[in-house]
Write a protein that binds this ligand. Structure first.
Ligand SMILES: NC(=O)c1ccc[n+]([C@@H]2O[C@H](COP(=O)([O-])OP(=O)(O)OC[C@H]3O[C@@H](n4cnc5c(N)ncnc54)[C@H](OP(=O)(O)O)[C@@H]3O)[C@@H](O)[C@H]2O)c1
Length: 314
């Protein structure tokens, strides 16, 4: 049995869909089981294990995996909302880790490129020193530390520039702006790699599949080693180039119905509340090696997304 926490968020919704597609035995919770409340977490476990929660004929009621897609994700708002950001991204994560450890479940947790200072020049590897700048990054980093102190059976997946069908994100925001403005300005001095939630969800399922297969095969297959991994799409770009590609594809597939001039500007000209990483490209060598996967290129995944039937401009 898999417990998906944050199943109504942007990534969580995609993971839920793929768990259904692959016919996994899973349960999902969101704000209905508050991650900041340790008793609520344990009570949920008990209700699943005694089946008062589930209408299932399955005998597999023991939670072996917890996937945590819940978080406080509003980077700007976090600067004023420090207490709640810390509760969700740090102490709530610790409570999830404690719950996981106490029932012997493996944990898959999602983290972010914001744990780094963004001043690098080469792709960040998993071992590189962290130096988060704002409240969001600091609380996410503390959440990683909490898991590492509490348990050993975890996979922390750091990702970046995430977009998916079921949530507010850069692709939807740009599409909306391009449909209502003749001209927009987008920063061109912050580098990174977009990540389609479909690809990240597929990687989460791949970890579970490989690890379960290893458990069942008694040594014939090896499970991915526990620890921290980076995952984004392949390649790198900047926000202006990303927006320009959204415009090109949006026009191609009829998502953008008018002309819009996508102009570059600097971060300074744009003026944002929170310091954002100038460079946040993550090295994905470790996850590619461990899972034997090839990274889907960001432009290829973006095209599939914009073309996708589930694309609804939000
Ligand atoms: N989005 C990005 O660009 C990005 C980049 C890098 C890493 N990440 C990481 O990727 C993960 C998924 O991000 P996302 O964008 O899919 O997040 P999201 O859409 O904001 O989803 C988070 C979910 O958690 C729920 N939640 C809030 N408080 C809760 C509580 N107390 N108990 C249980 N659930 C609660 C939220 O509900 P409400 O919406 O009702 O509050 C929401 O459904 C996060 O760990 C995030 O830090 C995201």
């Amino acid at each position: 049995m898999i417990w998906l926490i944050g199943c109504k968020g942007m990534l969580g919704s995609e993971v839920a869909r793929q768990l259904d597609e692959k016919k996994y035995n899973w349960v999902g919770t969101d704000k209905d089981v508050d991650i900041t409340d340790a008793d609520a977490l344990m009570n949920f476990v008990k209700s699943v294990e005694t089946s008062t929660y589930l209408d299932t004929s399955s005998n597999d009621k023991h939670i072996k995996w917890i996937i945590n897609c819940s978080a406080y994700t509003n980077v700007d708002k976090a600067e004023e909302d420090v207490e709640l950001a810390n509760k969700l991204n740090n102490s709530g994560v610790l409570k999830i880790a404690r719950t996981a450890r106490s029932i012997g479940a493996k944990l898959i947790h999602i983290s972010t490129d914001y744990v780094f200072n963004g001043q690098g020049k080469e792709p960040y590897t998993e071992e590189m020193e962290k130096e988060p700048l704002g409240v969001y990054g600091k609380t996410k980093s503390a959440g990683e530390d909490a898991i590492q102190k509490e348990m050993t059976q975890y996979y922390i997946l750091r990702t970046a520039w995430l977009y998916g069908f079921d949530g507010k994100n850069f692709v939807y925001t740009m599409t909306k702006l391009m449909n209502s403005h003749d001209q927009i300005k987008v920063v061109n001095d912050q580098k990174g790699t977009p990540t389609c939630a479909l690809d990240l969800a597929a990687v989460i399922l791949k970890i579970i599949e490989k690890a379960d297969k290893a458990t069942e095969a008694f040594g014939k297959h090896s499970a991915p080693a526990f620890g921290i991994y980076h995952f984004t799409n392949g390649g790198q770009t900047n926000w202006h180039e990303f927006a320009t590609e959204i415009y090109r594809l949006g026009r191609k597939y009829g998502r953008i119905t008018q002309e819009c001039d996508v102009k570059p500007c600097t971060t300074e000209e744009y003026g944002a509340k929170v310091q954002r990483p100038a460079y946040s490209v993550l090295s994905k060598d470790k996850i590619c090696r461990e899972l034997k996967i090839k990274l889907p290129d960001w432009k290829v995944s973006l095209e599939k997304f914009i073309k996708g039937e589930r694309f609804i401009e939000k």
